[in-house]
Design a protein around this ligand. Structure first.
Ligand SMILES: C[S@@+](CC[C@H](N)C(=O)[O-])C[C@H]1O[C@@H](n2cnc3c(N)ncnc32)[C@H](O)[C@@H]1O
Length: 287
């Protein structure tokens, strides 16, 4: 029987994280304690001097060991907050990024709540983009596709958890193989856009734990934009809009790819850091 308070457990984890130079040792330790002990932030503070059980102590020790190996807190806990919901994540889903909320904000600026809309999410991962939009747009329905069957399973689970299964469907396939009877009103995508050679230079949290399939955008990082631009004429309705996440330095290249495919960029929306993050486009000719 160990006699350890929550405070002592957090301090122990924080010191381990500090020793290996993690950026936010205290926050990481608290978040792990909160997630594993099932406490909200204010409950954690109120229970700081409470003793933890042996089994909680073992679970916290194992979690701290994983964090020391640079696994992100969200992967250890298996969930990530995105927009207004908590999303389960799994081995083959990207860990959703706050930057991608720029796409949700941009899309909501263009899409009316009162109309039925169909939305296609290319490379849905955890389903965070599609499901956040469906949560905001009660008349909308949507399809999420991903080449990873594991990601699709996780997205389906998230749809169930959010009570959105009735309006969301998912398919495990390569978007290049998509056949649609009816084009969509909206296409949204956060495709893989890191140049292959850059992946090795990323933080261990990303390069070791995010799936390569979710990161690798080919030699120049632009392969998926080329592929999506080729597919858009069949996938997107004539008056439809496309919302694409981009890397901060990809604006001109993606504009060029879209223009060559017959699409005009309406807006480039920055993220909270001021970097170009979302391209909004529609067909040049809508006849
Ligand atoms: C950057 S992640 C985005 C995931 C999620 N939409 C998000 O924003 O967190 C890109 C996703 O595209 C998927 N993907 C990559 N190539 C694909 C393809 N050819 N067809 C379908 N999905 C693909 C990956 O498996 C990955 O889940």
């Amino acid at each position: 029987m160990v006699e350890k308070t929550i405070r002592a457990a957090i301090t122990e984890m924080r010191e381990q994280f500090k020793a290996i130079g993690l950026d936010t040792p205290e926050l990481d330790a608290r978040l792990l304690a909160q997630g594993i002990l099932g406490l909200r932030h204010e409950e954690l503070l109120l229970n700081y001097n409470k003793l933890i059980t042996d089994s909680e102590c073992e679970t916290l020790t194992a979690a701290a060991r994983r964090r020391v190996l640079r696994e992100p807190v969200s992967r250890i806990l298996g969930t990530r907050a995105f927009w207004k919901s908590e999303f389960k994540i799994s081995r083959e889903t990207l860990d959703p990024r706050a930057d991608s909320e720029t796409l949700i904000e941009a899309a909501l600026g263009y899409l009316g709540k009162a109309h039925p809309l169909s939305i296609l999410d290319l490379g849905t991962g955890s389903g965070c983009l599609l499901l956040s939009l469906l949560h905001e747009l009660p008349q909308a329905t949507g399809v999420g596709v991903d080449i990873s069957a594991d990601a699709i399973q996780t997205a389906q689970q998230n749809a169930e958890d959010m009570h959105l299964s009735g309006r969301a469907s998912f398919a495990a396939l390569d978007w290049e193989d998509m056949k649609v009877d009816q084009p969509f009103d909206v296409v949204i995508s956060n495709p893989p856009y890191i140049a292959n050679a850059e992946i090795e230079k990323l933080e261990p949290e990303v390069r070791q734990y995010d799936p390569r399939l979710a990161l690798a955008g080919g030699e120049d990082g632009l392969d998926c934009y080329r592929s999506i631009a080729k597919l858009l004429p069949q996938l997107l309705a004539k008056q439809g809009k496309v919302f694409l996440e981009i890397g901060y330095d990809q604006t001109e290249a993606v504009k060029g790819i879209l223009a060559a495919g017959g699409f005009r960029v309406l807006q480039v929306v920055p993220d909270l850091a001021g970097h170009s993050r979302c391209v909004v486009a529609q067909r040049i000719s809508q006849d």
